[in-house]
Design a protein around this ligand. Structure first.
Ligand SMILES: Cc1cc2nc3c(=O)[nH]c(=O)nc-3n(C[C@H](O)[C@H](O)[C@H](O)COP(=O)(O)OP(=O)(O)OC[C@H]3O[C@@H](n4cnc5c(N)ncnc54)[C@H](O)[C@@H]3O)c2cc1C
Length: 411
């Protein structure tokens, strides 16, 4: 029986179901076939922590196959050559992929273009020349990109950026440092944020510009791969930008207006992470339900104990609410409404309840919950991180409170 009264449009249903079939055909079998690789972190990473060539080969295969099948670029605007589906499709497709594949079949991350690593609506703002040079490879999945906003001294407060783009002829020279840049260790291009007008930036009146640059350019260096949660490698990096020459055609949007592009990108990230939290939460809930039915203690299945069943009921209730919020925020975005408060509420709530659902599933599995085989710890790590990435819970609550005090009290 459906749990949600609202019916999804036919094109969204067909995209979602097509992607699930794609995962069953192209992703899960790859994980099965290459299980020895996926079970061995030393084979997944080079000594410097970057993804190994073996892994990059598989990622490339999934991305290009998904592009050929039309899924990879389905949410890219038609004007850029994509399928033109909107935020609702983006939310529904990611939620379904995370729910269906779980954390173990993580090549699913490359079946649909992620807003920061592949083509997205963000690229509507790149120039004609940049489109000619960069778009074909991004669209066919042979190239990827990254999003360099955060810096060692500038996280939640982007006005603290120190990276500067100084005028040089009709272009600029950029110097600074970036940190936490996901996909940077292997990306071909980077959307890089720098201050072009320090006074305006300090007054929070613009002054930040965005540029698209090849990561092979002189002056662009991946200094180190950042390891999280004790992993031996990773996908986040610290970047050193030294006297990097950029031309006017590399501007993304208008000079001094880069922060608007950053905020749009981050809002797509909030849609993605809300979907990820609900998808993983549902996957963990279903795993815990199955386990609770078969695991016995004190003469009966542990599902008989309210100490086990009530936390699962609470997870289901919370995930249902988060799912409805995700669908609603996406629909508002598709109506070209900013949905600042609603998207903030959705992300802050989804990541907390998704994380809690995974944590409860671990507890219900007892010691089994901590094993590498089941994958609950992978989902737990992923969702713990998104309580910080793309806007911390505190910053999102701050945004919600600001909107409320400005009189936006519709809920
Ligand atoms: C896995 C991962 C991937 C990432 N990928 C990228 C990427 O690809 N590109 C990119 O540019 N960035 C990326 N980031 C960076 C991310 O955007 C920042 O971590 C985030 O914006 C928070 O910044 P910070 O870590 O510097 O924390 P800070 O801003 O230093 O905050 C520290 C703490 O203070 C709290 N705090 C700050 N201000 C307030 C306030 N006004 N009220 C209450 N509490 C406050 C925060 O909530 C937090 O708990 C990534 C981060 C992670 C963890």
């Amino acid at each position: 029986m459906p749990a949600i009264a609202h019916s999804l449009p036919a094109d969204v249903i067909s995209a979602r179901d097509g992607l699930i079939a794609f995962a069953d055909r192209e992703i899960i079998p790859r994980h099965e076939k290459h299980h020895a690789l996926f079970d061995d972190p030393r084979r997944l990473h080079r000594d410097d922590g970057r993804f190994s060539d073996e892994l990059l080969q598989l990622i490339g295969e999934v991305r290009t196959a998904a592009s050929r099948a039309g899924f990879y670029t389905m949410c890219v605007p038609e004007e850029l050559g994509g399928g033109g589906l909107g935020h609702l499709a983006y939310y529904v497709a990611w939620e379904a992929l995370f729910h269906h594949c779980g954390p173990k079949n993580w090549l699913m991350l490359y079946a649909l273009a992620h807003w920061a690593f592949g083509p997205s609506r963000l690229l509507e703002q790149i120039t004609h020349s940049a489109r000619e040079r960069f778009l074909p490879g991004l669209m066919d999945g042979t190239k990827s990109m990254c999003f360099g906003l955060s810096e060692p001294g500038a996280g939640s407060d982007a006005s603290m950026l120190k990276t500067r783009a100084v005028r040089d002829g009709d272009g600029w020279r950029i110097s600074g440092r970036k940190i936490w840049t996901t996909n940077a260790p292997v990306a071909d291009y980077c959307v890089l944020f720098a201050i072009t007008d320090a006074e305006r930036a300090a007054a929070k009146q613009g002054g930040i510009s965005a540029f698209i640059v090849p990561t092979s350019a002189a002056g662009f260096t991946v200094q180190r791969v950042i390891r999280l949660f004790g992993h031996i490698g990773g996908d986040e990096a610290e970047l050193a930008i030294e006297d990097l020459k950029v031309e006017p055609w590399q501007l993304v949007g208008k000079e001094g207006q880069g922060f608007a592009a950053a905020l749009y990108g981050v809002s797509l990230g909030r849609v993605y992470n809300s979907a990820r939290a609900v998808g993983y939460g549902r996957w963990a809930l279903e795993l815990a339900l199955e386990y609770a039915k078969v695991r016995e203690a004190f003469g009966q299945s542990i599902a008989e104990y309210q100490g086990v069943s009530f936390p699962l009921a609470e997870s289901a209730t919370e995930l249902h609410a988060a799912h409805l919020m995700g669908l609603n925020a996406s629909l508002l975005l598709d109506q070209a409404l900013p949905a600042v408060k609603e998207l903030s509420m959705t992300k802050v709530y989804s990541v907390q309840v998704g994380y809690r659902a995974v944590d409860r599933a671990m507890q219900i599995h007892g010691a089994m919950g901590f094993t590498n085989e089941i994958g609950l710890t992978d989902a737990w790590h992923a969702l713990r991180i998104v309580n910080v990435a793309d806007g911390t819970n505190e910053i999102l609550n701050r945004t919600i409170a600001q909107r409320l005090f400005k009189g936006d009290v519709e809920i």
